[in-house]
Design a protein around this ligand. Structure first.
Ligand code: ZN
Length: 384
């Protein structure tokens, strides 16, 4: 029974691109947020349009995708609830958390909507869209769109862009609760390498997952690898990447395609607990696309502790973080003769520098706000 549900959920994901839009309509009809909108005045209609996220604003946060239909629908419904209640939504703390009486009403509405959705895939897509929508609205005008730090802490001028070897493409598979988080490190990757070399894919956002899986299907299974630090999961090493390809295959790639068929590496970007669900979703989707074996998982021999660990005691990677995982991968690949001439070591250093810049910005912020720069002294002793 459980297997059937999962299978159905994943099939939904790979259906037509209209799927998310259809689902958005279902959610809208169940939320009934907009019941009062049909009576709305012209003035309120115009203010609603201004408040809806535009494509430029959406893409400014680090993606080249279209605006996800479900996210847009949730935003519209939130604005609709504002009009219904005749009060403005407000956000408190970090992470787009609603506050006050608006929060109480919205809580009731979104819980009812979630409950009414029968399909687990629909529930996930709604959960993700709502998280993203709240973060988008709550961060507007407050965070720098590029570095996701409060504007007064913006580190953009200190980030040095670098060119990632075109034989590699990273996918930052991010949990919605990590989206627009100041101490997220996945964002550093596209800040340095650009959106095409390090692409954001939000978990449970249909449009993003579809783009990523379309790229994987095009690339073929032998070109897609993922990094997951679970020591219990069967894993391979970077050596297996080479053995998976004949040397002729490598030569062919480099000579005739000039890296147009890159190796794809998926980095899970979320807290430890959330990563487990993301891991399962990727694995199930891979099994649907490529059969029982699924995706090969790489474990890194040299993965060190991230400097971010000093500030973030619960990272997605055990004692490290997403950007540090990318650094470890690039450094290990560089040591293989087949990959030694692509400047991967310098590219790993560029990410390390970016991480240090982020750490300094976050540390300066905590000091300015009178907070301790470390949550527990013992972490520093473990790392330094
Ligand atoms: Zn910035």
């Amino acid at each position: 029974m459980a297997a059937q549900t999962t299978s159905r959920a994943l099939t939904l994901c790979s259906r037509s691109p209209l799927r998310a839009r259809e689902l958005a309509k279902v959610v809208n009809s169940r939320m009934e947020f907009r019941s009062s909108l049909s009576n709305g005045s012209l003035a309120s209609s115009s203010s609603r349009e201004e408040a809806v996220i535009g494509v430029e604003e959406w893409q400014g946060w680090g993606t080249s995708s279209a605006i996800p239909a479900m996210v847009m629908e949730v935003v519209r419904n939130l604005k609709g609830l504002e009009e219904e209640m005749n009060s403005q939504m407000s956000f408190g703390g970090l992470g787009g958390k609603l506050k006050g009486s608006f929060k109480v009403q919205e809580d009731k509405k979104h819980r009812a909507t979630y409950k009414a959705l029968v399909d687990s895939e629909e529930k996930l897509q709604f959960f993700s869209a709502r998280q993203i929508a709240c973060r988008l609205l709550g961060s507007r005008g407050y965070l720098c769109q590029k570095c996701w730090l409060a504007k007064e802490d913006c580190m953009c001028s200190k980030v040095v862009p670098s060119m990632l070897w075109n034989g590699i493409r990273f996918w930052v598979y991010m949990h919605p609760k990590d989206f627009l988080r100041q101490n997220n490190t996945g964002k550093v990757l596209w800040q340095i390498f650009g959106l095409q070399a390090a692409t954001l894919c939000l978990y449970g956002i249909h449009e993003h997952e579809e783009i990523m899986w379309d790229a994987f299907k095009l690339a073929g299974k032998s070109k897609v690898w993922w990094l997951y630090p679970n020591k219990n999961a069967p894993s391979k090493t970077v050596m297996d990447i080479v053995s998976c390809k004949s040397s002729g295959d490598l030569d062919l790639d480099q000579q005739t395609t000039n890296g147009k068929r890159p190796l794809h590496f998926i980095l899970l970007d979320g807290t430890w607990n959330n990563s487990a669900a993301m891991f399962r979703r990727l694995k199930e989707q891979a099994e649907l696309v490529w059969g029982e074996e699924g995706l090969p998982c790489i474990s890194l021999a040299m993965l060190g502790a991230s400097p971010m660990h000093r500030l973030r005691p619960q990272p997605s990677w055990d004692r490290t973080c997403t950007a540090a995982a990318a650094t470890g991968l690039l450094a290990e690949l560089h040591q293989l003769p087949e990959f030694s001439s692509f400047g991967l070591e310098e590219q790993a250093e560029a990410v390390e520098d970016g991480l240090e810049t982020l750490l300094h910005a976050l540390t300066a912020r905590r000091l300015r706000m009178g907070r301790s720069i470390t949550r527990k002294e013992r972490h520093i002793n473990n790392i330094c």
